[in-house]
Write a protein that binds this ligand. Structure first.
Ligand code: C2E
Ligand code: MG
Ligand code: MG
Ligand code: MG
Length: 288
């Protein structure tokens, strides 16, 4: 390291590294500002069952930047995760999701939907995480069984005892469900999976993508579905884009799906309109 002449800032000899550090610092301060000025929104991606009926949605955060437009979570969530910012963002997401569930609960067409929320590692590991979830549920007066928490394998496996303890607290007090996101990309072994108090596993989109062309992906997906059934876990496939993928999944008894074939993640007005259309036509595939 060396000092940047006069300006007294730490500087790296590697200009690329220096640029990265600066971009990251800017992004962090922009994220602080985004929280303070309400620049985040949730988009909702439909989940359907084997009869193409809507069963729920996944809430996916979007950053609507005043200059740069819509920024993907893939860009800012990893940065936020390296600081305490992810906790504030996570609080906001949980509150906003519960608020939306409360709105849906007053509408006969939406009141059965289950909303899945992505929970980051730092957020889940907080000692008061469960209290936070319960507080959000009470604040908005929602039915807890309408809320699903998505954890990734790294979170779930890092401290299984903690996951068990938190799930027990959740179950006793409310009845929120847990889904294991991006399943198959981490290191879950069968023995771990047996100990984890999960309700659902979510097959990662990277396996779904080549399901009809790549033999080993097909075997992988079949094995995951079988295993889920043996453990009495519900299973959902993400990233379903084609009828051929859907046919494969149906044939192998995977009964819930999420992907562009049904709908992209949508701003709330458009998601509501999609549900409205469904109520009229009775089939989601006619809408896309
Ligand atoms: P994820 O939880 O695995 O979400 C699924 C991602 O796949 C979403 O990307 C979604 O838009 C995309 N996707 C859905 N269907 C399809 C499809 O058919 N084909 C393809 N190619 N992609 C599809 P998105 O919205 O960019 O989110 C990326 C990741 O950012 C999420 O992955 C999740 O890990 C994280 N994330 C999103 N929202 C939140 C949040 O509120 N909190 C936290 N902690 N993380 C979030
Ligand atoms: Mg997810
Ligand atoms: Mg996923
Ligand atoms: Mg993912």
């Amino acid at each position: 390291q060396a000092k940047d002449g006069g300006r007294n800032r730490t500087r790296f000899f590697d200009p690329q590294m220096q640029e990265l550090v600066e971009v990251r610092a800017t992004l962090e301060s922009d994220l602080h500002n985004a929280l303070a000025t309400d620049q985040f929104e949730l988009h909702y991606q439909l989940q359907v069952n084997h009869e193409n009926k809507p069963i729920g949605a996944e809430a996916l955060i979007r950053w609507v930047h005043p200059q740069r437009g819509m920024i993907s979570p893939a860009h800012f969530i990893p940065v936020a995760e390296e600081s305490a910012l992810i906790l504030n963002i996570g609080d906001w997401v949980l509150d906003e999701a519960c608020r939306q569930i409360a709105v849906w609960s007053t509408n006969a067409k939406m009141c059965d939907l289950v909303l899945a929320v992505n929970i980051s590692a730092q957020q889940f590991k907080q000692a008061h995480f469960v209290d936070q979830v319960i507080a959000a549920i009470h604040k908005h007066g929602i039915d807890p069984s309408r809320l699903k928490l998505e954890l990734t394998e790294s979170v779930a496996l890092d401290d299984i005892t903690d996951v068990i303890a938190k799930k027990n607290l959740l179950r006793q007090k409310v009845g929120v469900t847990l889904s294991l996101d991006d399943f198959g990309t981490g290191f879950s072994s069968l023995s771990y999976l047996k100990r984890l108090p999960l309700d659902q596993i979510k097959i990662d989109q990277s396996f779904v993508r080549d399901i009809t062309t790549d033999k080993s992906d097909a075997v992988m997906v079949k094995t995951i579905i079988d295993m889920a059934q043996n453990f009495s876990l519900n299973v959902i496939a993400e990233g379903v884009e084609t009828e051929a993928q859907l046919a494969f999944l149906k044939h192998h008894e995977c009964k819930a799906y999420q992907g562009y074939l049904f709908s992209k993640p949508l701003p709330i007005e458009q998601f509501d309109a999609l549900m409205q259309d469904y109520a009229q036509h009775g089939n989601i595939t006619k809408l896309v």
